[in-house]
Design a protein around this ligand. Structure first.
Ligand SMILES: [Zn+2]
Ligand SMILES: [Zn+2]
Length: 388
C-alpha cells in the first residue's frame, strides 16, 4: 500500500501540468496539443509502449509491473474541454475564448499522468496497467470509438476503471454508486406532416401545429402515466419549430428532445411509446409523422466485484468514512458507459470541494484533489494486482 504522503510529493508538478492543460483547452476530437503533451510526458517517465492516434486523438500506454504475470487493467481519463466562455477569474484561465475545461477533464488527465509517473517508477504490481486517455467525452462518442477500434482486445484489458471530479463532495472524499450510476441518453426528432393552407380556412387544412401540440401533451404521459413511479425516466421536449407567417398554416412541424433512462428496459419502452403515441395522435388528426430516434450513451452500470475493489482502494488512501459507497444514481450520462459494456469495471467520484458546478463558466478543477486522485489510481492497481 502507498500512503498519501508519497502522492503529495507529486502535487506541485501535477498541478503545473493541470494548469497548463486548463489554459489550453481543446474540445472534442481537437485534442492534438493535449495528446502530444500527454504522450511526451508518458515517454519522459520511461514508458515505451505508447500508442497514439486511437479514435483520432486518443492514447493508450502500457506499464508492465515487476510482480510477474497477471491481467491488464485499464485506467481511463478524458481529455476534452467544452465550448464555454470561461469566467473563473483564475490566473491559469483558458487562453482560448469560447473554450474551457469546464468539466475537470484537465484534472483527470493530469492525475492519470501523475499515477503513470509513480507506477512507471515503482512497478509494484503483477500484470500491466493500460492508461487510456480518451477524446471527445463531452460529445458522447470518444469512449465508444476507442472500444470500436478494439482497445480492449488489442491491449488485453480485462477490467476498466474511470474517475470524475464532483463539486459538492469534500476534498479528500470519494463517492460511488453500487450498480446503476448514470442514465442513458437518446435524442429524437418527430417530423409532423399535415396539409398547409390559408389560416382563415382551418376546415381545408391539416394543422401540423395542433398535431405537434397534442403530441407534446401526449409525451408528458409516457413518464407520468405509463412508468412505474419508482423507476427513473425523463422525456423532455427541447425544440419546437413550425410556420413563418401569421395567415398561413404550415405543412410541417418539428419536435425534438431527449430521453434519459436508468434502465435498458425503460429505455426500450420509451422509444416504443414515443413512436406509438406520436403516430397515433398524428393519425387521429389526419396527419402523419416520421420519427428519427438516435441512441447515444448507454446506462452507466458499475459491476459489483470491481466496485468493491474501487471502494477498498479509495478507503486505503482516505480512510473508511471518507468513502460513501451508497451514492444515488443521477440522470446525467457518461460515455465511459461504453467501456463498462465492453469490460467489467467501476466509475468513482472524487471530491472537488465547494466549487461551481461542472459545465458552469466559473468552474475550475480543484488542485487539492490531485494527491487523492493519484493515490486512488495507484492503490487500485496495487490492490487489484498485488505483487508477489
Ligand atoms: Zn461534462
Ligand atoms: Zn466530465
Amino acid at each position: 500500500m502507498s500512503s498519501i504522503k508519497a502522492f503529495r510529493e507529486l502535487q506541485n508538478e501535477v498541478t503545473e501540468w493541470r494548469r497548463y492543460l486548463h489554459g489550453n483547452p481543446e474540445i472534442a476530437y481537437e485534442e492534438y496539443n493535449t495528446a502530444r503533451f500527454v504522450a511526451e510526458k508518458l515517454a519522459s517517465f520511461g514508458i515505451n509502449h505508447i500508442e497514439t492516434g486511437i479514435a483520432e486523438t486518443g492514447i493508450v500506454a502500457l506499464i508492465q509491473g515487476e510482480g510477474g504475470d497477471g491481467p491488464t487493467i485499464g485506467l481511463r481519463a478524458d481529455m476534452d474541454a467544452l465550448p464555454i466562455l470561461e469566467n473563473s477569474n483564475k490566473p491559469w484561465s483558458s487562453t482560448i475564448p469560447g473554450k474551457m475545461h469546464g468539466c475537470g477533464h484537465d484534472g483527470h488527465t493530469a492525475m492519470l499522468l501523475g499515477a503513470a509517473k509513480y507506477l512507471a517508477k515503482t512497478r509494484n504490481f503483477k500484470g500491466a496497467v493500460a492508461l487510456i486517455f480518451q477524446p471527445a467525452e463531452e460529445a458522447g462518442i470518444g469512449g465508444h470509438r476507442m472500444v470500436q477500434e478494439g482497445i480492449m482486445d488489442r491491449f488485453g484489458i480485462s477490467k476498466v476503471y474511470g474517475m470524475h471530479c464532483a463539486p459538492g463532495i469534500e476534498i479528500g472524499k470519494f463517492g460511488i454508486c453500487p450498480g446503476l450510476a448514470l442514465a442513458s441518453v437518446d435524442e429524437f426528432d418527430i417530423f409532423v406532416k399535415g396539409r398547409g393552407g390559408h389560416a382563415a380556412y382551418p376546415q381545408r387544412v391539416i394543422d401540423p401545429i395542433v398535431i405537434a401540440a397534442q403530441i407534446i401533451v401526449g409525451l408528458q404521459s409516457v413518464v407520468s402515466r405509463n412508468t412505474d413511479p419508482l423507476e427513473s425516466l425523463v422525456v423532455s421536449v427541447t425544440q419546437l419549430r413550425a410556420g413563418e407567417g401569421y395567415n398561413s398554416i404550415p405543412e410541417h412541424a418539428q419536435i425534438s428532445g431527449t430521453v434519459r433512462a436508468l434502465s435498458p428496459n425503460l429505455r426500450d419502452f420509451a422509444q416504443r411509446q414515443i413512436s406509438e403515441s406520436a403516430n397515433g395522435i398524428a393519425r387521429a388528426f389526419g396527419g402523419s409523422i416520421d420519427l428519427k430516434y438516435q441512441r447515444l450513451e448507454p446506462v452507466t452500470v458499475n459491476h459489483p466485484e470491481e466496485t468493491s475493489l474501487a471502494i477498498k482502494a479509495a478507503r486505503k488512501i482516505v480512510g473508511h468514512d471518507a468513502v460513501t459507497d451508497q451514492l444515488k444514481p443521477t440522470m446525467g450520462a457518461e460515455d465511459f458507459a461504453y467501456m463498462l459494456e465492453a469490460r467489467p469495471g467501476a466509475y468513482i467520484y472524487i471530491g472537488n470541494g465547494p466549487t461551481a458546478d461542472v459545465h458552469n463558466p466559473a468552474f475550475d478543477f480543484n488542485d487539492e484533489a490531485i494527491p487523492y486522485g493519484i493515490g486512488y489510481w495507484v492503490n487500485l492497481v496495487e490492490t487489484s494486482m498485488l505483487a508477489v
